[in-house]
Design a protein around this ligand. Structure first.
Ligand code: TMO
Length: 313
């Protein structure tokens, strides 16, 4: 009997350090912040969930392409929005080097491409075909672009390759990079009063779809390799002669050391999955309601406890 008690006591002592290693590190989980609203709000939502679980969290503003190298090296811990169209290439390159893990897909379908508000189609009824758009290039000409049409692309770090696409498809458009996402919304807003035709970079899920009905331009269908192999796509001598994926993924990624260092947070990250309407709502709270990102996140969490509490052990 005595011997058994001793054995039990010993095994309890042995268990304690084992249990301790299963606890999350008190080092901060470093969450990167980029330059579009849903990513900023979602990152704050997830950060606030981790804090609720007892973790420390730090936010850093980073370039949305360079972040994959930072995750791979463990300088930042995770990435909440890996959009296939904008970041698939950087994500794949980091996966090939190692150090970054695919933590699964959100239950969302994404698209990022040239887009116009519906009034544009009244002036150019052949839309959404890219060839029809090109035949209407004059309608989009401005003082800045001369006899070429103006296409307002996203900020440069989203690497949309608009200029390469225009060249590959022989389009009469000049590609201007917006300085910020806000500049895209300003361009649409400014055209709205007199229903001037405009074509800008846009994406879904986003708040914009609830504000301005519109459509994506239909370019030659995305085929894997269109950004790597000139022979893929309609122009045999050019890269980027395809549209972006029309049913792209939205992934979560993490530093491969996250699971060992913050096992509880990692288990939650694996379960997290946001839908198109949830992501559009996160953007809306900032871009329409003009909340600060932390407030938007707190408001989203308060309104969606049934969603996120199921992800926390
Ligand atoms: C990466 N983005 C959603 C802005 O296209």
């Amino acid at each position: 009997m005595k011997k058994l008690t001793t054995t039990l006591a010993t095994s309890v002592l042995v268990m304690v350090p084992f249990a301790a290693t299963a606890e999350d590190s008190s080092d901060p989980i470093v969450i990167p912040i980029h330059n579009w609203s849903s990513q900023i709000v979602m990152s704050n939502v997830v950060g606030q969930i981790f804090e609720e679980m007892g973790a420390n969290v730090e936010y850093v503003t980073t370039d949305s392409q360079a972040v994959y190298e930072s995750v791979r090296l463990g300088d930042v811990t995770l990435e909440m929005e890996v959009w296939e169209g904008a970041f698939g290439a950087s994500f794949r390159a980091a996966m090939e080097k190692g150090g970054i893990v695919d933590v699964g897909d959100h239950n969302a379908v994404t698209r990022e491409d040239w887009w116009y508000p519906m009034w544009t189609k009244d002036a150019c009824p052949g839309l959404p075909s890219w060839e029809a758009l090109n035949d209407c290039a004059q309608l989009f000409a401005t003082a800045e672009t001369g006899d070429k049409g103006r296409y307002l692309d996203g900020p440069v770090d989203w690497l949309k390759h608009g200029k390469e696409r225009v060249e590959a498809l022989g389009m009469d458009f000049e590609v201007i990079n917006a300085g910020s996402a806000a500049a895209l919304w300003a361009e649409i807003g400014a055209a709205e009063a007199d229903k001037r035709p405009v074509v800008v970079f846009n994406w879904t899920p986003n708040f914009a779809e609830a504000v301005w009905p519109g459509e994506f331009v239909e370019f030659p269908t995305w085929v894997d390799g269109c950004d790597k192999d000139p022979s893929v796509g309609p122009n045999p001598n050019a890269l980027y002669d395809c549209g972006n994926p029309a049913d792209g993924y939205l992934k979560k990624a993490a530093w491969e050391g996250m699971e060992a260092k913050w096992p509880a947070a990692y288990a939650t990250l694996e379960k997290i999955s946001f839908t198109n309407p949830q992501i559009a709502e996160m953007a809306r709270l900032v871009d329409i309601d003009e909340l600060e990102p932390e407030e938007a996140a707190a408001e989203w969490l308060a309104a969606n406890e049934d969603v996120w509490k199921a992800w926390v052990n």
